[in-house]
Design a protein around this ligand. Structure first.
Ligand code: UD1
Ligand code: CA
Length: 462
């Protein structure tokens, strides 16, 4: 659509106000890093080129940018961070031949939407400069937009350089502009660092263009959208807003029931299908997918899990688990990585599974550990069963074949196989394979001492 436009995303700064060892743009809001949110807002624009300026923790930020996998994306290194104007200066030589307009964006504005960027780009049609502004109740921290008598944008004044009167201006600079390439290249060459921060301010380009008779067309937007995340409180606020937007989409456009949106945290890339129900206290992390009519919660936390249609997942922690159609999980189950539950399975209270394939219709209703195991269809894993998979050195595998019945409190000392339809007696410690159809009893016989209590009491008195 706009192949003559290149985006330059500024993501080289440290983010001092975050007080973090991690670069600011790598912090996550609703499952995505801040810089990834900005790149997703750019994706639908289908621009000719996208350049991300990296500097602080450049390798990690580059890896994150590459993972976003946008067409025409690349990074430019700003080794020393000498201001937003300097960041753009570093990017200019990397622009490709057909680029005529440059869309500059900060890397810390995750609420930005593609629609707003499209409006901004449209305002620059015909090669004029355009900039995004917003009127804020509290403009603290932002650059203020100075207009003349007829309303043209004259320049942007940073808060630290502003007079008292200028600080009272409610219209702020979003830090997002579309600038014609040639005039931008000229203006960047004229920047100086004669300001409170001793930096090259990109904002001064607005004034330089105005003096050359090319004032920027202001595009005014809703204030929330342009919010830059400069500290952890703003991170929490924007994450809440992103989650709210995603829940609105799921409820209104997909048809998902969310009983309590405030306590239901769903990351932005989580897909939930029609007629699914999310009960209070549900946390669905990145990489999770919920099928039609599934009921999740209350109080379930699923990371990178797949829940198939009609399953229920009550008060459960899941990590990298697949839960089959019509399965019933919880309350109080822990499904760990590599768990794959078949259709109509049941995993109940205080059961833990890990690296386990559980066949259709199999039940693990309570108090069990099934790890490093292949369990067939229609198996009953009774209360208290443990796959003893670890001897302190290596992990070993347990196989339980179709239709087997593993009695209560059975210890399955892996590696071991329970054959098709075989039984183990309650309280058995199974060290050897059990053939199909057999019953294995592996426990000591009960001894009964008649009259034992009376004899002891007589001893105590005597
Ligand atoms: C900037 C604007 C301000 C605007 C605000 C909107 C300037 C001088 N000021 O201020 O008018 O209201 O954004 O959010 O442009 N960065 C680099 N290299 C650098 C410096 C910064 O890549 O040398 C990156 C940062 O990582 C960040 C972005 O540029 O993603 C903006 O920098 P930041 O320091 O947050 O600018 P603000 O003070 O917010
Ligand atoms: Ca900022």
């Amino acid at each position: 659509m706009a192949q003559d436009v290149a985006a330059v995303v500024l993501a080289a700064g440290k983010g001092t106000r975050f007080r973090s060892d991690l670069a600011k743009v790598l912090h996550r809001a609703a499952g995505r890093t801040l810089v990834h949110h900005v790149l997703e807002a750019l994706r639908p624009l289908d621009l000719g080129q996208v350049l991300v300026v990296v500097g602080h923790q450049a390798d990690a930020v580059t890896a994150e940018v590459q993972a976003a996998d946008l067409p025409g994306i690349g990074t430019v290194l700003q080794a020393e961070q000498r201001g937003t104007g300097h960041a753009v200066e570093v990017a200019l030589p990397a622009l490709e031949a057909g680029i005529e307009r440059v869309l500059v964006l900060p890397g810390d504005t995750p609420l930005l939407t593609a629609g707003t960027l499209e409006r901004l780009v449209a305002a620059s049609d015909g090669g004029r400069a355009a900039m995004l502004t917003a009127e804020l109740g509290d403009p603290t921290g932002y650059g203020r937009v100075v207009r003349d008598d007829v309303g043209s944008v004259v320049r942007v004044v940073e808060e630290r350089d502003a007079t008292v009167e200028q600080r009272a201006i409610p219209e702020v600079n979003a830090g997002m502009y579309v600038l014609p390439r040639g005039p931008l290249e000229t203006a960047i060459g004229e920047l100086d660092d004669d300001n409170a921060q001793g930096e090259l301010y990109l904002t001064d380009v607005v004034e330089i263009l105005h003096r050359a008779g090319q004032q920027a067309a202001p595009v005014v937007v809703a204030e929330r959208e342009i919010a830059g995340v400069n500290d952890r409180r703003q991170l929490a606020d924007t994450a809440a807003e992103l989650r709210r937007r995603h829940l609105d989409h799921l409820m209104v456009e997909v048809g998902v029931s969310v009983l309590d949106p405030v306590t239901t945290h769903v990351d932005v890339d989580v897909e939930v299908a029609r007629d699914a129900v999310l009960l209070p206290g549900t946390l669905l992390d990145q990489g999770t997918r919920i099928g039609e009519r599934a009921v999740v919660g209350p109080n379930s936390h699923l990371s990178a899990c797949v829940v198939e249609a009609d399953a229920t997942v009550h008060s459960t922690r899941g990590e990298g688990a697949v839960i089959g159609p019509h399965a019933q999980v919880g309350p109080f189950a822990h499904l760990r990585t590599g768990t794959h539950l078949g259709a109509r399975t049941k995993v109940g209270a205080y059961a833990e599974t890990k690296n386990a394939r559980i066949g259709d219709g199999t039940k693990i209703p309570h108090l069990a550990y099934v790890g490093d195991a292949t369990v067939g269809t229609g198996v009953n894993v009774s209360c208290g069963v443990i796959t003893v998979n670890y001897d302190g050195r290596t992990k070993s595998h347990t196989t339980i074949e179709d239709g087997a019945f593993v009695g209560c409190d059975t210890m399955l000392i892996a590696p071991v196989t329970i054959g098709t339809g075989a039984y183990t007696a309650a309280g058995s410690t199974i060290t050897d394979d059990v053939p199909a159809g057999a019953l294995a009893i592996a426990r000591s016989r009960q001894t009964v001492k008649e009259g034992w209590r009376a004899r002891r009491e007589a001893e105590d008195q005597g």
